[in-house]
Design a protein around this ligand. Structure first.
Ligand SMILES: Cc1ncc(COP(=O)(O)O)c(C=O)c1O
Length: 489
């Protein structure tokens, strides 16, 4: 290409009406000329003065673009000689091995672990509305109080608050959470045992990374929350599903190597809703002690219990430092906050604090400071109290809607706590029904999808009532009832 041809080529790609700065347009046009082969490697470019005149732009614009392209490795400046197109050929950058066959580039391939994660993905595109399980009513969150705390902390944001978090998280939040957990959940802890995370997902991931090696065995409840099953599975651990009965986790028939850790939801089994009885809790602690296992107590939503007081934690019974207690603000405040905590046994506390800082490089100290004040000033306890009343009424409305549509023909389980209940569908295909109800605009999850052992799976639907306004419950359930009847309910 002559200089004239080059300037015509560039002028065709530059527009003064475009609104984009000229130097950016010229940069993009010249880069395209190099990448598309209009300017081959080794070709000398016109001087900046000449090109600027041809294009009718300032010389500095051309100099600027030449320099940027040289910094990107597209052009070379040879002293006293001029500016040349660099050799960008793949052969120069990475000579192919002589035996490499000429084949089409392989399709992008995930690892077996990646395939399993993506294949098992179950997150709904819309995490809200009837009857989305596991989601609190985020519209009731006291945003005015939060905004006040926001202003308080952002009006005087110390530089260290905008940097990475210290190991374990913000000390003030660790103090506030320790106090809250001692009184509300019967957890025996000091602030130094609290490790702030982005939620239970991360807490379990951290626990697994710090306490297991690939191939180690971990026990999970069957059924259990699929998100945690996928997290643990993706780390190359051997999962041993342990069935739950009316008293909670029942490992009596479980064989094989001792687990490195056992994950359980003793205060509110997820998703079935039973409470692990005291004898079973003591037996579980004894099992962990004799086999050298840890117990991970997932206490995701136990603040919401209707009729009786919340059940105190398993950690509170532990005298040997075997329980790793994990909790979350996802259900009590809002899931998008992405804050949770671990109460590590004293012997693990500093390793967990270092681990979280090392593996995830945590931050969010301003949010942590706001949350510390929110708890210390009593807003957290007040919000939980208020939501407990609200959810209790919504739960009642859902029970009444079920009775109005189906009388006593469909069993209801796990309805005395939490944010969802289970509508049993004995003999019916819950996966197909859940799919059809999503298509009818009602989000539910099939109970059988939470089981690891297909032979043990019960059929039912998880119906989350917490994020549905009371008056919307009966109409939404009427829509679901229509779907259920089509399937023979
Ligand atoms: C039993 C259980 N544990 C943990 C979580 C997730 O908690 P987080 O949002 O803190 O990661 C959920 C979410 O639904 C859950 O059901």
């Amino acid at each position: 290409m002559t200089t004239i041809a080059l300037s015509d080529w560039l002028l065709a790609r530059i527009s003064r009406e475009d609104g984009a700065p000229l130097h950016r347009q010229l940069h993009e046009a010249l880069l395209a000329a190099v990448l598309e082969g209009e300017l081959p490697a080794g070709r000398k470019l016109p001087s900046s003065r000449l090109l600027a005149r041809e294009l009718g732009v300032a010389r500095n614009t051309v100099i600027d673009v030449y320099e940027t392209l040289a910094a990107q490795g597209c052009l070379e400046t040879r002293h006293g000689s001029g500016t040349y197109v660099a050799d960008l050929s793949a052969e120069r950058l990475a000579p192919p091995s002589p035996s490499a066959p000429e084949a089409a580039p392989p399709a992008p391939k995930l690892s077996a672990r990646g395939e399993a994660v993506v294949k098992g993905a179950r997150v709904f595109p819309r995490q809200w509305g009837a009857f989305m399980p596991g989601v609190p009513d985020v519209t009731e969150f006291p945003t005015r109080i939060w905004a006040r705390l926001h202003n308080r902390h952002w009006n005087r944001a110390a530089p260290e608050r905008l940097s990475y978090a210290p190991a374990g998280g913000l000390p003030a939040l660790r103090v506030a959470l320790a106090e809250h957990l001692r009184t509300a959940r019967g957890v025996r802890c000091e602030p130094g045992q609290i490790v702030i995370t982005t939620g239970i997902h991360q807490s379990i991931d951290l626990t697994a990374r710090l306490l297991t090696d690939p191939g180690d065995t971990v026990w999970l409840e069957d059924p259990c929350y699929w998100g945690l099953r996928h997290s643990v599975q993706s780390l190359g651990l051997k999962l041993r599903p342990v069935l739950v009965d009316a008293e909670g986790l029942n490992w009596s028939g479980t064989r094989g190597p001792a687990p490195r850790f056992i994950v359980a939801t003793p205060s509110h089994q997820y998703p079935l809703g039973m409470v692990m009885t005291l004898p079973r809790r003591q037996a579980l602690l004894e099992q962990a002690r004799t086999h050298g296992s840890w117990i991970v107590e997932d206490d995701y939503d136990s603040e919401f219990r209707y009729g009786t007081r919340p059940i105190t934690s398993l950690q509170g019974l532990d005298r040997d430092g075997l329980v790793i207690y994990v909790g979350s603000l996802s259900k009590t405040l809002f899931p998008g906050l992405r804050l949770g905590y671990i109460v590590a046994p004293p012997g693990l506390a500093s390793a967990f604090a270092e681990g979280v800082a090392e593996l995830y490089r945590e931050g969010q100290l301003q949010q942590q400071a706001m949350l510390a004040d929110f708890i210390a000033e009593g807003h957290f306890a007040a919000h939980i109290r208020r939501m407990r009343g609200l959810y209790s009424r919504r739960r009642q409305a859902l029970l009444e809607a079920i009775r109005a549509e189906f009388g006593e023909t469909l069993p209801v389980m796990g309805d005395n706590a939490g944010l969802h209940l289970i509508l049993g569908l004995p003999g019916l295909e819950d996966k197909a029904i859940a799919q059809a109800s999503v298509e009818a605009g009602i989000a539910t999850r099939p109970l059988s999808g939470y089981y690891h052992s297909p032979g043990a799976a019960q059929s039912g639907l998880l119906l989350g009532y917490a994020c549905v306004k009371e008056e919307a419950i009966a109409p939404a359930f009427a829509t679901l009832a229509e779907v259920l009847r089509k399937f023979g309910a």
